[in-house]
Write a protein that binds this ligand. Structure first.
Ligand SMILES: Cc1ncc(COP(=O)(O)O)c(C=O)c1O
Length: 425
């Protein structure tokens, strides 16, 4: 039943009794009233020293970093298994130098929307690199990955159209479709026969199927070899979000579609620069005519300031380094296999990950809360993932492995995790 004011009046608020899901349908005539009561829960979370979200990072996101610890009110050093710095490019000296040089030449921002004067020649070059990496005619660079899915899907779809998506798709995919007013149909995770059942029952041909290359909360791969032929059979268009897969999968680093040799079958390839590239921004790549249309109709592109030239310069340097030398990626894969093995040996449930994104399943919210408090006390920082990012009983810690983690750091991470998970069995 939905919460309302009467559930709180005259009572002491205990954060253990609530999750974020509880406040979504809070009943009130006043738009702001929910915030009053939610705030009491947040305050109790701080009082009980459970607040692990949004702690300010005080140093660069290397494999060890300093964070302002809300619960102790001090800056502390942590082992970092949380950043998406899979290849360590955000602090690569050559990348930093390229960014510094671009700032000296072009200043700190694009200071205009891309269709006016904000579209830098460096961003244009970056779009060409992305198109070539993805084996597509053209790419469009957006200010963020979130904005890319929002902009592309809301421009492409309209009421009456249908987006059929894997149930575990990222929030930005759901939000883009919702903004378009199109219908959302989900199929169970990576399940070809369920996808087929959903497609068979649609009464429109204006359909796009959306999946992720590497699933952002589970680390497993889209089953493209089985899903794509079904999409083709029903004439559905295909969008693959390769946010976590770009530079990691595929010989060229194009992602999971390239890994399976299916690049040409994907209509729109999405990605972000906030993961392996160590920067910020997003992109969509596809056929020239489609990209030209989307560039002019994606409101998240048209009405937002363009990517800063120095950001593009840093990403272009990443391309230059990566094309010459894949040793960082090789090291990442060694670390990934090492971590998978060690975590499994320790009896931890890492789901069906096949990548550098590793969930360590925690069960319900209350157990996750204890686990996250304890690992932070022991100096380990990981993603702490709960509803709405995952369903309520599938909460987890999410580890992001980097090429830069040492064996000692990985062993220490596994040691802390197994100690904490065992103590809370
Ligand atoms: C699959 C997926 N798509 C899109 C995004 C959004 O990207 P960004 O954080 O760069 O805006 C993310 C971010 O976590 C993601 O995991």
């Amino acid at each position: 039943m939905a919460l309302s004011k009467k559930d709180f009046e005259g009572k002491d608020v205990n954060c253990d009794d609530f999750t974020m899901a509880d406040f979504q349908d809070f009943e009130s005539d006043d738009l702001f009233e929910v915030a009053e009561y939610f705030y009491e829960v947040v305050a109790d979370t701080f009082r009980k020293k459970y607040m692990v979200y949004g702690q300010p990072m005080m140093t660069s996101p290397k494999t060890e970093f300093e964070v302002f610890d809300w619960n102790r009110n001090i800056i502390r050093k942590f082992l970092n298994f949380c950043s998406y710095n899979y290849l360590g490019f955000s602090y690569h000296p050559e990348v930093i130098k390229a960014v510094q040089e671009a700032i000296a030449e072009f200043g700190t921002g694009a200071v205009s929307a891309p269709l006016l004067s904000g579209y830098s020649g460096i961003v244009r070059k970056l779009e060409e690199e992305i198109a070539s990496l993805k084996g597509k005619d053209m790419a469009v660079v957006f200010p963020t990955g979130y904005g890319t899915n929002l902009g592309i899907l809301s421009a492409l779809l309209r009421p009456g159209d249908v987006a059929v998506m894997d149930i575990l798709s990222h929030a930005s995919i759901y939000d883009g479709v919702q903004l378009a007013g199109a219908d959302i149909k989900v199929f169970s995770h990576n399940n070809p026969s369920h996808l087929e059942k959903v497609l068979k029952n649609l009464d429109t041909k204006r359909v796009i199927v959306c999946v992720e290359g590497v699933y952002s909360m589970d680390g497993d791969l889209a089953n493209l070899p089985e899903l794509i032929p079904i999409c083709k059979r029903y004439g559905a268009k295909i969008l693959v979000d390769e946010a976590h897969a770009t530079l990691i999968f595929g010989e060229k680093g194009g992602g999971v579609a390239e890994h399976f040799g299916l690049e040409d079958e994907v209509d729109i390839s999405i990605g972000t620069f906030s993961k392996s590239f160590g920067a910020i921004g997003g992109f969509a790549a596809g056929k020239e005519k489609i990209m030209t249309y989307l560039r002019l109709y994606s409101r998240a592109y048209v009405f937002s300031c363009a990517m800063a030239p120095h950001t593009a310069a840093g990403i272009l340097k990443v391309f230059e380094i990566y094309k010459k030398d894949k040793s960082l990626r090789d090291q990442l894969w060694q670390n990934v296999y090492y971590m998978h093995g060690k975590l499994q040996e320790a009896g931890l449930d890492i789901g069906s990950t096949k990548s550098q994104v590793i969930p360590v399943m925690a069960g319900n919210d209350l157990r996750l809360r204890e686990i996250s408090k304890m690992i932070q006390e022991k100096g380990l920082y990981t993603g702490v993932v709960t509803y709405p990012a995952v369903s309520k009983n599938k909460t987890r810690l999410r580890l992001s492995v980097s090429a830069k983690h040492t064996k000692e750091q990985m062993d220490e991470c596994v040691r802390i995790l197994s100690e904490v998970y065992q103590s809370l069995r």
